[in-house]
Design a protein around this ligand. Structure first.
Ligand code: PYC
Length: 334
C-alpha cells in the first residue's frame, strides 16, 4: 500500500481537522453512505496511515471531498477518524467548510450557503467570509432524537450509572451528574477516558442491536459518551466531555454531541424551540446550538438542530504512506 496525500490541517475550536485534498481514492456507491462502506472495505489503510501516530494522534480526524450525487448539492464528504469513518461529524464539517471556502476547493452555487451530502444525510450550511477568512460556519444537522432514557449500568470504575442515549449523527450515551458521578468539573480528561473505555463496551454488550438508525442500519451502537458538568463560563448553558475513538476527548464542544444533547433536553422539555444552547467543550471553547424545528423520525419526536462555530487553518502537509518502506506506515496505538 502506497500513496501520497496532500492535506490542509485546521482545528475547529481546538479539535483537529485534516482535509485531504490529493490522493483521494475513487469510491463506488450511489450516495455517501454506500461510498463510506466501500472506503472501509478497500481503503481503510489510508485512514489508518493519516490518523494514527506517527502521522496523526489520538484526537486526529479529517475529511475527503467528493462530487455530489444530486446536482442540487455542492459536494459530498467522507469523515475519517481514529475510530473509523463517522456517519456525521460537526467539528469536522465546520473545519472542512472553512478550509474549502478559504482555499477555493468548493464554489458554492449560492454564496454563503452550501448543501453537503454526509453519510448520515443532507446537511445545510451557512457561513460568513470577511477579507478571505471564514468568520463562522453554521450547520443545520440531520434529524436528531432521544433514543432511550433512564438506562442503568454497573460501571467498574464508578458503580451504578444512569444514562440516556440520543442520536445527533452518531449515537451518544449521555451521563449527567448523579450519585456516583459528580460532574466533569471534578475529573481529569484521563479519568474520563478510563471510565468511558469500559462503559462504551459494556453499554453495547448489554444492549445489543438496541441503537440502530431507523432509516440507515449501517449507523448503529453507541460510539461516543457525552459526560456533562458545570460550565467554566457561567453564561454558557452547559459543558461536556465527549469521548470518541479509543483515547480521545473532543477539544471542541462536539457538533453531533451537541445535537444529541439538544434532542435529549428538548424531549425532556428542558430546552425550547429557537432557544440558544451555548455548549462548552472540555477546554472551554464554545458552539452555539439551537433547536431549529421539531420533526419526526419513524413516528417519534425528533428535532432539526443547528450548530455554529469557527475553525482556523494552521498548516499544510504532504504525507507519504508506503508499507514496503516504513513498518509504521499504517500507524500504531499505544
Ligand atoms: O463534532 O461531531 C463532532 C465530533 C464527533 C467526534 C468528534 N467530534
Amino acid at each position: 500500500m502506497k500513496g501520497t496525500f496532500v492535506c490542509i490541517d485546521a482545528h475547529t475550536c481546538g479539535n483537529p481537522v485534516r482535509v485531504i485534498t490529493e490522493g483521494i481514492p475513487n469510491l463506488i456507491g450511489h450516495n455517501m453512505s454506500e461510498k463510506r462502506q466501500h472506503f472501509l472495505k478497500e481503503y481503510d489503510w489510508i485512514r489508518k496511515g493519516l490518523m494514527f501516530e506517527p502521522r496523526g494522534h489520538d484526537m486526529m480526524s479529517g475529511s475527503m471531498l467528493f462530487p455530489p450525487h444530486d446536482p442540487e448539492n455542492d459536494f459530498a464528504i467522507l469523515f475519517v477518524e481514529t475510530s473509523g469513518c463517522l456517519p456525521m461529524c460537526g467539528h469536522g464539517t465546520i473545519g472542512t467548510i472553512t478550509v474549502a471556502i478559504e482555499e477555493g476547493l468548493v464554489k458554492p452555487k449560492v454564496p454563503g450557503k452550501i448543501k453537503m451530502e454526509a453519510p448520515a444525510g443532507l446537511v445545510e450550511i451557512e457561513y460568513q467570509k470577511t477579507n478571505g477568512k471564514v468568520d463562522w460556519v453554521k450547520l443545520t444537522n440531520v434529524k436528531s432524537y432521544l433514543a432511550a432514557e433512564n438506562l442503568s449500568i454497573q460501571s467498574p470504575d464508578l458503580g451504578e450509572l444512569v444514562f440516556d442515549v440520543a442520536y445527533g449523527g452518531n449515537f451518544y450515551a449521555i451521563v449527567d451528574p448523579q450519585k456516583n458521578f459528580s460532574g466533569i468539573h471534578n475529573h481529569s480528561a484521563s479519568e474520563i477516558i478510563q471510565f468511558s473505555q469500559t462503559l462504551r463496551q459494556l453499554i453495547n454488550n448489554t444492549f445489543p442491536n438496541r441503537f440502530v438508525h431507523p432509516e440507515n442500519d449501517t449507523i448503529k451502537d453507541v460510539s461516543h459518551i457525552l459526560w456533562t458538568g458545570n460550565p467554566i463560563d457561567p453564561s454558557s448553558t452547559g459543558r461536556n466531555a465527549v469521548f470518541y475513538g479509543d483515547k480521545a476527548i473532543d477539544r471542541s464542544p462536539c457538533g453531533t454531541g451537541t445535537s444529541a444533547r439538544m434532542a435529549q433536553l428538548f424531549a425532556k422539555e428542558k430546552l425550547k424551540l429557537g432557544e440558544d444552547f451555548i455548549h462548552e467543550s472540555f477546554i472551554g471553547s464554545k458552539f452555539i446550538g439551537r433547536v431549529e424545528a421539531e420533526t419526526q423520525i419513524d413516528g417519534n419526536k425528533a428535532i432539526i438542530p443547528s450548530i455554529k462555530g469557527w475553525a482556523k487553518i494552521y498548516g499544510r502537509n504532504t504525507i507519504t504512506i508506503d508499507t514496503e518502506d516504513d513498518p509504521y506506515a499504517l500507524g500504531f496505538q499505544v
